[in-house]
Design a protein around this ligand. Sequence first.
Ligand code: HXC
Length: 509
Amino acid sequence: MKPNVVQQLEEKRRAARLGGGQGKIDKQHERGKLSARERLEILLDPDSFEEYGMFVEHRCDDFGMDKHNIPGDGVVTGQGTINGRLVFVYSQDFTVHGGSMSEANAKKICHIMDMAMKVGAPVIGLNDSGGARIQEGVGSLGGYGEIFQRNVLSSGVVPQLSLIMGPCAGGAVYSPALTDFTFMINGSSYMFVTGPDVVKTVTHEDVSQEELGGAHTHITKTGVADKAFDNDIDALLQTRRLFNFLPLSNREEAPQRFTEDPADRLDLELNTLVPDNPNKPYDMMELISRVVDEGDFFEIKQEYARNIIVGFGRMDGRTVGFVANQPMILAGCLDIDASVKAARFIRFCDAFNIPIVTFVDVPGFLPGVSQEHNGIIRHGAKLLYAYAEATVPKITVVTRKAYGGAYIVMNSRHLRGDINYAWANAEIAVMGAEGAAKILYRGLSPEEVKEKEAEYKAKFNTPFAAAARGFIDDVIRPQNTRWRICRALSLLENKQSETPWKKHDNLPL
Ligand code: HXC
């Protein structure tokens, strides 16, 4: 190759790497944000990144744009590895026209999404953008549309992760919303369809950017985001951690990791986890962290609908999705938010061959006018639907209460639960003994009702009535939970389960 060609190549690369220039990179740093390329350096294994489309330029001549053409056009795209496993990435560069989406940079993103589908690897998008490039008009809108379409086609085929690391406004929020997991950064990222100024004009409400669509809002109130972190570095490192739990595509199994934690480890402490008083709460998180390999649990949406816990752990080295009622919050009742949160998680696990383990301690669906009027019937149905349609290995352990409709919903045998255990103190019944006796013996004196309550308790508030019907496969001691689950998972490794042919289902929405 002629020396001047090499020089030209190097110059072009240098220009592209500098994005909007050192001044703008410094400005990113002043705001506590990393540049698009620095982010990729942390996300990916060292020297694993191969960039595509470094020399792509926009073709817009309007509004002086012909004089502002920076190679790469505001998004860095390519592939690399995380712990040696392939991943496709894009990282919007806020230093180039505010990371705004042009027709050309949308094409770059679409290209890596197409590649990811062809070879079967996840896509991680680092979002930091002022939205549609205003100078380009409809061209950039078309670009967004092309990305949305690919998000939908990729859904359930390759895992898609979004990090919101700056502004994400207008229709741009819908790409992250279509992906599987979304992380945000406290204080430097926000997502909304219309910003505070438009809100003020239309509804006369005064609201800050942070309050309207900051990380705290989305992890606690809306559930749009799954997790928030204090800075870019934390978010990127935790993304690597999540990635390690996931398979590359729906054609693959999740990676198996060597563990020194014995599959048959007993845990005597679990025998005293559940208090004798059935109305006293205990922390379900303790059970999960005692049961998973090395106590390593990656919780999803931990600030949202805290009455249910979902997240990934490993059992004997293999990834498992855990769903568990949390008696510490709302006594573990299922409400609208908990149903939707768990349903979405279960559907992810099912799409990506990840077995589901369910720990049940649920007194029922949450009563109340607000729940009923906001559609607990419709939303609760989502959870029921998600469990019923899932064909991955499904194991349930009832630790205490499993009452009424919530008993059925929480991966009961009736919804194709493969192996259903109950701890010896579990109560599987239509309702608690106190409520049952009050309804059945309304006319009797309080003393007589108490007597009937004891009778009901002895008959139904045990695991044995359910076990007698085969709804529970075995009544186990809490200390044995880990090894029983590990053994069940190994048994179910080659599980096959059929679903009738259909174009697609009609999930209640
Ligand atoms: C072109 C943009 C841009 C955009 C920012 N810039 N957004 N250029 N198109 N959408 C440019 C700015 O002109 C500026 O250029 C540089 O990026 C940095 O922007 P600043 O305003 O200086 O930064 P900051 O103060 O941090 O404010 C960031 C911001 C603000 C809040 C994002 O720039 C902003 O409000 N931008 C417009 C947002 C917007 O309305 N976008 C369209 C939304 S509608 P210079 O050259 O000065 O450095 C939409 C529809 C999508 O996106 C629909 C999909 C279906």
